[in-house]
Unconditional design. Structure first.
Length: 188
């Protein structure tokens, strides 16, 4: 049976924003709504910690020790579930850094999974729906307007937790598709 290639919206939380930071939580949401989240117990060499970051995300070292899944198990699970799908994150440079750290610490090549910017998924969704009606600069303008409006709607302040933040990206994608369909329907 062939797996259907889907869009997946992913988010990490981390120990800090320092060079030596490491992932402490990851979550993803498939385009069909299926979701998964993991607290990540640190690898032995992951020692970076920022108390101010902890105050923002609310995840303590003690919580990771008690409830976190081993980092290598999380990495293997990610490759098992996400390989072959299109992965998107709102901050692919940061999330990519933590994905790479997680994979490498588990002995998995860092490019086993790759992230793209969520904005690309939004533009692709709007373009796919609107391309039968528009082309060239007009299509680009319509797509830009829809993506800008969809991105401006926020369910609330960022929770700084991986699953709610991944769900926000997924919801943005759904709003983009809905808005593009509305524009296309209005032309019919």
């Amino acid at each position: 049976m062939q797996t259907v290639r889907m869009k997946v919206f992913l988010d990490f939380e981390a120990s800090s924003l320092a060079d030596r930071s490491h992932p402490i939580e990851v979550a993803w949401v498939f385009q069909n709504g299926r979701q998964e989240a993991h607290l990540i117990a640190p690898a032995p060499h992951w020692t970076d910690w920022d108390d101010q970051a902890e105050a923002i995300h609310g995840i303590s070292r003690e919580m990771l020790a008690a409830q976190g899944d081993p980092h290598d198990e999380v990495a293997r699970r990610m490759v098992e579930v996400l390989d072959g799908h299109q992965l998107f994150a709102s901050a692919p440079s940061w999330d990519g850094k933590w994905l790479s750290a997680l994979l490498r610490s588990a002995g998995i090549p860092r490019h086993a999974l790759r992230l793209r910017d969520t904005d690309e998924a939004l533009r692709e969704a709007a373009s796919e729906i609107l391309s039968p009606a528009f082309s060239g600069p007009r299509l680009a303008t319509e797509v830009h307007n829809i993506v800008t409006r969809a991105a401006a709607v926020k369910a609330g302040a960022s929770s700084h937790r991986a699953l709610p933040d991944a769900l926000d990206e997924y919801q943005k994608w759904l709003r983009t598709r809905e808005a593009a369909r509305a524009v296309f329907s209005a032309l019919s």
